[in-house]
Design a binder for this molecule. Structure first.
Ligand code: ZN
Length: 263
């Protein structure tokens, strides 16, 4: 998969596998104008993974895939191979930021109860930690998986928190209570790595489509629309986790309409 550039930074997609979604997973959706996003069986295939970027002396992972998981929704397991193909091992990563604690974004943090990235601090929003660990938002098993990495976790409190120079957070709640986007900045350019605030390119224009797994659908829509507006700023691109080819979306000047390009 092609790297995404922001200023002099290079953001590498780390492909982990595929999620198989149904058209009706987006409430209110009409796929008539978006047939090219469907596979031969009428499903929506979403790539799963994370992104790797070097910031100064730091090797940073943004989201952590689904892990070695195969079921009717997910076919994962390739992320460490994708990392190795770039010449890195899990121990090389010192900073991890997780957009939210759904299974396809935290999957490689632990394996059979063992920490996978032994030298990393894992930054997670306090609101998501509360929801998934203390309130058992996705059940006891998810909570236990997260408790296995608790010693590495640093909770993110509030908005616009600096993780490292050139990497800040932006609260984009709704998909989950503490869903957090990550803003990479270099020179005059900005890349907003936005996790699951958008799931597929149709939502760039069909902003009212609601995703079945958005915990608070109205709030998710507000966050989505705010991110789409943020992309109007010069030099700003959006990088969702699940877009085709794990590519970014950019607005290009067009008369009267918002026109998006991927890549
Ligand atoms: Zn996801």
């Amino acid at each position: 998969m092609q790297a995404v550039r922001v200023g002099d930074l290079t953001v590498h997609p780390l492909f982990d596998g595929t999620a198989f979604m149904q058209q009706q997973d987006w409430g209110g959706s009409d796929w008539g104008a978006h047939q090219h996003l469907l596979d031969a069986d009428g499903r929506v295939r979403l790539p799963i993974g994370g992104f790797l970027v070097r910031l100064g002396d730091h090797l940073v992972l943004l989201d952590a895939g689904v892990g070695d998981t195969q079921n009717e929704m997910y076919d994962g397991g390739l992320m460490l191979q994708s990392l190795a193909a770039l010449g890195f091992q899990p121990a090389d990563i010192d900073t991890i930021v997780i957009s939210h604690l759904h299974s396809d974004h935290m999957g490689w943090l632990e394996r059979d109860g063992q920490i996978v990235f032994p030298n990393a601090t894992v930054h997670v929003s306090a609101a998501d930690w509360q929801h998934f660990v203390h309130d058992l938002g996705d059940g006891r098993r998810r909570a236990n998986r997260l408790l296995a990495i608790e010693s590495q976790v640093q909770l993110i409190h509030g908005d616009d928190v600096t993780i490292l120079p050139g990497l800040t957070t932006r609260l984009t709640p709704g998909h989950t209570p503490g869903h957090t986007s990550m803003v990479l900045s270099d020179g005059d350019e900005r890349l907003i790595v936005l996790g699951d605030a958008l799931h597929c390119p149709a939502q760039l224009t069909e902003t009212e489509w609601e995703f079945v797994y958005d915990v608070d659908k109205a709030l998710a829509r507000q966050s989505r629309e705010a991110l789409l507006r943020a992309a109007e700023a010069p030099g700003t691109a959006l990088l969702p986790c699940h877009f085709p080819g794990m590519q970014a979306a950019r607005l290009v000047p067009a008369r009267g309409v918002r026109r998006w390009v991927l890549g």
